[in-house]
Structures are given as C-alpha cells and as structure tokens.
Ligand binder design. Structure first.
Ligand SMILES: Cc1cc2nc3c(=O)[nH]c(=O)nc-3n(C[C@H](O)[C@H](O)[C@H](O)COP(=O)(O)OP(=O)(O)OC[C@H]3O[C@@H](n4cnc5c(N)ncnc54)[C@H](O)[C@@H]3O)c2cc1C
Length: 456
C-alpha cells in the first residue's frame, strides 16, 4: 500500500473512530490504520451460548457522560438500565451486609470514617483543574505521594482503608500504592466526584448499550467504510514539520497529520523517526496500564433475582471484589459479571483457566449460594494479555509524572497529534473521555486556531 491522504489515524478504538468521523465531516481525506482484525479496541462483544452479544470490555454509560450519549443517539443505538432491583451485598472487613439504596449497613465508626474521608477526597479532586492538573495549588504535594499515602492520612480505620482500597481497584484496576495521588484526584474530579464514578443509578454504571458497547465502534466504522483498514499495526512513523510517512505491515501511507489514538504505553511502542522529544517519551514511560480480567458467568436464568438479590455485590476480602447483574436486555440466560482487578488480576492470570474459574465460582457462591457453582458457561477476558491493549481499564500516572511531564499529554509533536481516553479532561479512562479526545484532536487539526479541550 503506497497511499497519500490528509490524515492517518492510528487505532480504531472509539477515540480514533470519532476523530476520523469528525475529520471526514470537515472534508478531509482520512485513513484509519487498526492493528487488530476488528474495531473497538477496549470495547468487545463476545457470544453468549445462545449467540446473543455480551460485553467483555467497556460497557456502562452514566447520565453525565453527555458525549457518549450523544454519539449513541446519533448512531441510532439505545441504552437500557443496569438491573439494580433487590438487595445488594457488601462485605466489608469480613462483615456481610445486605441493603437497598446506596449505603450499606456498617458500624457507625467505620461509616463516619468513610464519609469524612470521601468528602475530603471529593474536595481534593474538585480543586484540581482537569485540563491542567499540574497547575493545582497542591499539585507538587499530591504528585509527590502515592494515593495510598494520601488515603492513610484521610481514612483512619482498618475497614475504612479496606473500603478505599477496594474502590481504587474497582475504578483504576490498580492498587492505591500504584497511583500518584494527583492522578487519582484528577481522575475523580474529571468524572465529577467519587459518587459519579462508583454509583450504579446516577453514576457511571447506570446504563448499558443494547447490542453491547462494541456496537458503537462498529456503527462508526460502518459510516467510515473503506477508510478503516484492519490488520495494519503501525510500526514506524517518519515525520517532519511538513507531514509524515506511516509504516504498517501493509506498506507506507503519507499524510499531513497523524492522529495517534492508542493508549500511552502503546504509543511508545511505535518507532518515531526522528524520535519524539524526551519530555513526551518520559511521560509515556511513566503511564502504565491497569490490569483487569473481566468474567461473565452465564446461568440458565438470573436465579439471584428470584432470591431477592440485585446481583450487585462488593467485597474487600474476595478476589472477585465487584459483581453486577449483566443479564442481556432481551432476557434469556442470567449473567453475573465480576472483575479481578490489579493484584487479583496478576494472580488470576497466572492460574490455569480451570483454577481461575473455580476461584470465581467460589466467590460467587459466597455471595449468592451454591447455585452459583453451576453455570452454563464462564467467559473471561484478560486484557493485559491483549497485544494491542496490554491492560485496562486505562493508563494511570505514577508519582511525579503529571507535574514533570503532564503538559505533554496532549501537546502535538510536529504533525503528530495525541488522542485516546487518557488524554481527556472529562471522564478520562471512559468511553466518554475517548469521544472527547477524538473531537478535540479533530478540532486541533481542522481548526488549529481552536486548540485545547473541546466542550460539547
Ligand atoms: C474490561 C473493561 C471494562 C471497562 N468498563 C468501562 C465501562 O463500563 N464504561 C466505560 O465508559 N469505559 C469502560 N472501559 C474503558 C473503555 O473501554 C475505554 O476508555 C475506551 O474504550 C478507550 O477507547 P480509546 O479509543 O481511547 O482506546 P482503545 O479502545 O484502546 O483503542 C486503541 C486502538 O488502537 C489500536 N492499536 C494499538 N496499537 C496500535 C498500532 N501500533 N497500530 C494500529 N493500531 C493500534 C488498538 O487495537 C485499539 O483498537 C472498560 C475497559 C475494559 C477493558
């Protein structure tokens, strides 16, 4: 393939596809080079035993995620509410509570600790400017410590700390000791607070996409047609101020601009000639991916509902610390989805599939009784094993990264422009953030006078 276009987009995840859609609408000639044999990146549908789709990647959308909702509407897709009716289960420090609403029954001392620390966390997050977190008044202090160190000062009880560890694992697929406190605060602030991140009704887990979230990527790719080329991992980019030559296994494509819409650690696996500036490379060296194994467990019917449970369970002591009802919109089989996150994903990935499934079923039986031990199928997906994701839910910044190199997250390098959910200023790490980044990068190229974050 020897070709010349206005813009090459590297990566057909939501960010790359949205960028390509916007640039095409602006009248530019665009080619999307995607490494995999499919579009969607971190969005992926698998088949349930009856052939209906189930999400093994990103899936939920929340009510304040306006950009992804707008895209879903434009594509003629629909959402439906996550099943929440019934009693939720929370196991905190070995004590089980069954509850409805948002707050589990926990002892007053732990509850007071959690409430106070959460409000401190929300205040810390709200004070961080989401487009320039490194300019927060407290940036240096926050970025010189891990989130674990920050939490140890904020939460005083053993159970309170266990709660925040498990919330961190659920949100970042990493432990609090892995993250910069400034990154944690930025990420929480970019979502509008901790409630918005962890709640089902009213929060990021409120709704699901009919047909699975990969349907969003598939629909945009259909619009783009032959502009999306699969099985084309980009291995090298030669660039100058005049443009770039983008090399994949299929040949070389020349373009005036290149949008690199892949997660930061994968952007650094592309070879650049000349090399990107040291600051940009130092940045991505310090932004590893979280790690998650997502597991859908399929039953003949959602038996937990008949027993009065919602299917939503959390535990600070089980590896499968977060569980939701993931039964398809149309009904059919019952599905519970759970996550092995951070260090639990390390351990899960080192097991045989058989041992991992046994561990998962044991935890589900702990939540919902012995019937959980008898599924029709277990569908698990280890995202760190995927060559073109290498982890999930997203990349995070380690201490010292944002204050030293953060301003290079979105700063173009000659004709190279950076997109992907990690570059978003609202809902970074989520599909919504990926849409924001695709729109922002398209505006950066099509309307260079309008640099900076695009507000929908
Ligand atoms: C298990 C899981 C659960 C999640 N849950 C949610 C959720 O409920 N809600 C939510 O909003 N978000 C969720 N997320 C996060 C969400 O999926 C991502 O934020 C979003 O999909 C990221 O889109 P992106 O386009 O920025 O990146 P990606 O989807 O990672 O797209 C990057 C693309 O680039 C391609 N690529 C990589 N390297 C190259 C190369 N060298 N050449 C060419 N192509 C390349 C990749 O194959 C990929 O297609 C979840 C993610 C996972 C994995």
């Amino acid at each position: 393939m020897e070709q010349s276009v206005d813009i090459v987009v590297v990566g057909a995840g939501i960010a790359g596809l949205v960028a390509a859609r916007e640039l095409t609408r602006a009248g530019l000639e665009v080619l999307v080079l995607e490494a995999r044999d499919r579009v969607g990146g971190r969005l992926l549908n698998a088949d349930l035993p009856d052939g209906s789709p189930i999400d093994v990647g990103g899936q939920w959308v929340g009510p304040t995620q306006h950009r992804i909702h707008e895209l879903i509407r434009e594509l003629g897709l629909e959402t439906f509410p996550t099943h929440t009716a019934g009693r939720h289960i929370a196991e905190l420090g070995g004590t089980r509570s069954e509850y409805t609403g948002a707050i589990p029954h926990i002892d007053p001392r732990t509850l007071a600790d959690i409430v106070r620390a959460r409000s401190r966390l929300d205040r810390m997050a709200a004070a961080i400017p989401p487009d320039e977190p490194w300019r927060a008044a407290d940036a240096e202090r926050l970025d010189s410590q891990t989130f674990e160190t920050w939490l140890r000062r904020a939460a005083w009880t053993r159970r309170g700390r266990a709660y925040f560890r498990s919330v961190t694992e659920a949100v970042f697929a990493a432990g609090p000791e892995d993250l910069s406190a400034l990154w944690a605060g930025f990420y929480i602030g970019a979502a509008g607070g901790l409630d918005a991140l962890i709640d089902t009704a009213g929060g990021a887990q409120q709704d699901r996409v009919v047909g699975g979230a990969q349907a969003i990527a598939l629909a945009v790719a259909r619009e783009l047609g032959e502009r999306v080329v699969l099985d084309s991992p980009v291995i090298g980019i030669e660039w100058s101020d005049a443009g770039a030559h983008v090399r994949s296994h299929r040949g070389v494509v020349s373009a005036r601009h290149v949008v690199i819409a892949v997660p930061p650690p994968l952007a650094s696996r592309i070879s650049y000639s000349p090399g990107v500036p040291g600051d940009r490379d130092q940045l991505v060296q310090r932004m590893p991916m979280g790690r998650v194994i997502k597991i859908n467990v399929v039953y003949p019917e959602p038996f937990w509902r008949t027993d009065g449970w919602s299917g939503q369970a959390n535990s600070t002591s089980r590896p499968l610390g977060t569980v939701f009802d993931n039964t398809p919109h149309e009904g059919g089989p019952g599905v519970l989805v759970g996550f092995l996150e951070g260090r639990h994903a390390d351990a899960g990935a080192r097991m045989t599939a058989e041992d991992r499934h046994a561990l998962v079923l044991e935890d589900l039986a702990g939540y919902y009784g012995p019937r959980a031990r008898d599924p029709l199928a277990v569908i698990d997906h280890d995202w760190a094993g995927e060559e073109y994701s290498r982890g999930c839910y997203g990349a995070f910044a380690t201490p010292g990264t944002l204050t030293r190199f953060g301003e290079h997250l979105r700063r173009p390098v000659g004709p190279l422009h950076w997109a992907g959910t990690e570059t978003a200023t609202e809902w970074a790490g989520y599909m919504d953030g990926a849409v924001e980044s695709g729109k922002r990068v398209a505006a950066e190229i099509a309307r260079p006078d309008r640099q900076g974050p695009v507000r929908a």
